[in-house]
Design a binder for this molecule. Structure first.
Ligand SMILES: Cc1cc2nc3c(=O)[nH]c(=O)nc-3n(C[C@H](O)[C@H](O)[C@H](O)COP(=O)(O)O)c2cc1C
Length: 203
């Protein structure tokens, strides 16, 4: 687990076009509700918007924050993925952690090979060069050798590969339960442990 920062946190959340929109929604909800989080930079790729439409019936690219949270949030600043001039594209901007949830194999490849061809890839590249935490919640099955090698490259460069794999030993009753448990694990990993999160006691 990463050390919890004493200052209020500045988190980047990127959503890419892998399956798992409910995980991204749950992550944004918990981050927005967390008093330890001061600011959230949110970026969704075009493919993410397509998957959001398929999985959560969202249409269009506008008002994504309102759609995900149910209302606007002053904490959340959304950036177009084409805007490579956004704050998070520069190492001088004090982002402290970046989470990509879900992370497609395409975005994983772009990060692993340093392409920086979109804001998401550039912000991830910045996180790696600045030695800041970068959590890649990859989602694909089965995995080909390219996927596996790209995960290795990203991990060697400093990223945490955190596959979207919900647990069953906590007996989830719904997809929302599964998403919540997984997102709570990611948040604990970045130093934002959530009250009430499931903890295996071994009893
Ligand atoms: C409904 C749907 C589900 C998809 N699920 C996945 C997935 O789980 N993993 C993945 O790597 N790509 C998945 N894709 C394909 C990606 O969206 C596609 O490769 C895209 O180019 C990724 O772009 P991005 O990385 O810029 O978001 C899915 C596409 C659609 C339409």
């Amino acid at each position: 687990m990463l050390e919890a920062a004493s200052a209020r946190r500045n988190i980047t959340l990127a959503i890419t076009g892998a399956s798992g929109s409910i995980y991204a929604q749950q992550m944004l909800r918990l981050l927005a509700a967390d008093a330890r989080v001061e600011h959230i930079d949110l970026v969704a790729s075009d493919s993410a918007l397509r998957v959001l439409a398929e999985e959560l019936n969202f249409s269009g690219r506008h008002n994504l924050v309102e759609k995900l949270l149910g209302s606007a949030s002053k904490k959340v600043q959304q950036h177009p993925d084409e805007n490579i001039g956004a704050n998070i594209a520069s190492g001088s901007y004090p982002a402290d952690t970046m989470v990509i949830l879900p992370c497609s194999m395409g975005t994983l490849a772009g990060i692993a090979h340093g392409l920086a061809s979109s804001l998401i890839e550039r912000a991830a590249d910045v996180a790696l060069k600045e030695r800041r935490p970068l959590v890649l919640c990859v989602r694909e099955t089965p995995l080909n050798l390219i996927h596996l090698r790209n995960m290795t490259l990203a991990a060697e460069a400093g990223a945490t590969v955190f596959p979207v794999m919900p647990t069953l030993y906590n007996q989830p009753q719904s997809t929302a339960d599964m998403a919540q448990q997984f997102v709570q694990r990611v948040l604990a990993h970045i130093g934002l442990s959530q009250p009430g999160a499931y903890i295996w006691t071994g009893a």
